[in-house]
Design a protein. Structure first.
Length: 412
């Protein structure tokens, strides 16, 4: 399941706003992110089954299966001017479960991208996959098709957690998928883990992390379990058939997550993301740096700095509209306040911080001065660190990232 489909402003905070842990006063050492260009995101909406917690648009069916690839290819043709000739630095196949596509279908989509867009020679091309969708033969075929980075939805290496989340794979399959991915030549590899699962104790969470570390996974995304409205999990909790998430437990898990991964040489470069040096996710870093991207497929989002648009979350309607050469999307023109709020929200989540000089240059001196006033109390409380006109969240501040950002927001 993808965690990167939403606009940057919608990214989930991985822990509670309430619990504060010990503050670290020294700002993080900056590490230069990849040079941002533009990106392309492709949403493949098929899954074997829906996970209890998932609120992303996907279908546990084969409906319109033969239509999805030609429809996205046609949408590329209709949208080939959207990026205005910018070099495409990243391509990301998300979903859903895009690894349910065949390698030949992946090739068709990539060939169309190379035909209609200017793609960098060293472009990062990522495919999301679930462990039970992968085999050594299929992995090698994906590499031959042009995929050079994998994001595997492990979620947990514990059988009890996987059953609770309604995942389709086993812990054994998760470990095997990682090992086979390396055998197939994928050195750029990421996994997703979920923490704060009810009944997931400290020892279980530490075991999950140590398994990832011992497997040599170079990039890890970890998310607090979030109960989204209208998901099966929300319904079961409301009926009393499933325990609710525990904010205090999630805070403990987050502290263990940051301490353990940093002790083993991982950079905590975004609240939910950790990597070995040089193994940043270029695609998601582009989201956080406000880079333009084109979204293709049902429910996919696009962003160009001034506006955001999103395709209809209905596969049948999407396919029928594309057949008529109509892209079924809604669009929002971003006001200056919205652009400012998105910059604050996304930049504060990263180790590169929120640059007050950038705010002054792009929004005006008064905006920067007001922003500094808005966060004075958080600096005094050691939740924010101000260093050379750049704001960084302290370790304890990361537990209140969205709340702190909201204090700086502008309305209008």
């Amino acid at each position: 399941t993808s965690y990167f489909l939403l606009p940057a402003s919608c990214f989930l905070l991985p822990t509670s706003y309430i619990i504060l842990l010990t503050s670290y006063l020294k700002p993080p050492t900056p590490h230069s992110p990849p040079t941002p260009m533009s990106g392309i995101y492709l949403h493949i909406p098929y899954c074997k089954q829906k996970c209890h917690y998932c609120n992303f648009y996907s279908l546990a069916s084969e409906k319109h299966r033969e239509d999805i690839v030609p429809s996205i290819v046609r949408e590329m043709e209709l949208q080939k001017e959207y990026l205005q000739g910018e070099v495409v630095n990243t391509v990301y196949f998300g979903g859903g479960t895009p690894a349910l596509l065949t390698a030949s279908e992946i090739s068709i989509l990539l060939d169309s991208i190379y035909k209609h867009f200017m793609v960098a020679n060293d472009a990062e091309i990522t495919l999301e996959a679930n462990p039970d969708d992968l085999s050594l033969v299929k992995l090698k075929a994906f590499r031959s098709a042009g995929i050079n980075r994998l994001s595997i939805g492990v979620q947990s290496f514990e059988e009890e957690d996987l059953e609770f989340l309604n995942r389709t794979h086993s812990a054994r399959q998760a470990i095997s998928a990682i090992k086979q991915s390396k055998t197939a030549g994928f050195v750029n590899l990421s996994i997703d883990l979920i923490y704060g699962i009810p009944n997931q104790d400290i020892e279980s969470w530490e075991s999950n992390l140590m398994t990832a570390i011992e497997l040599g996974v170079p990039h890890l995304s970890a998310y607090a379990l979030t109960v989204e409205e209208k998901t099966p999990m929300a319904v079961m909790i409301r009926k009393g058939n499933m325990p609710n998430v525990d904010d205090a437990l999630q805070a403990q898990h987050f502290r263990i997550l940051t301490d353990l991964l940093e002790a083993h040489g991982y950079l905590h470069y975004e609240i939910s993301n950790f990597c070995k040096p040089g193994k940043f996710s270029k695609h998601n870093t582009s989201y956080w740096k406000g880079v333009s991207y084109l979204g293709l497929g049902p429910s996919a989002h696009s962003y160009n700095g001034n506006s955001r648009q999103w395709n209809v979350s209905n596969l049948g309607q999407y396919v029928q509209s594309i057949r008529k050469d109509i892209i079924p999307f809604e669009k929002e023109i971003l006001s200056q306040s919205q652009q400012f709020n998105e910059y604050v929200m996304t930049s504060l989540r990263t180790q590169w911080g929120c640059d007050l000089q950038y705010i002054e240059k792009h929004f005006g001196k008064s905006w920067a001065e007001q922003a500094k006033k808005d966060i004075e109390k958080y600096i005094k409380e050691n939740l924010l660190i101000l260093s050379e006109d750049v704001l960084y969240l302290s370790k304890s501040g990361k537990f209140r990232a969205d709340g702190i950002a909201a204090e700086m927001f502008r309305v209008g």
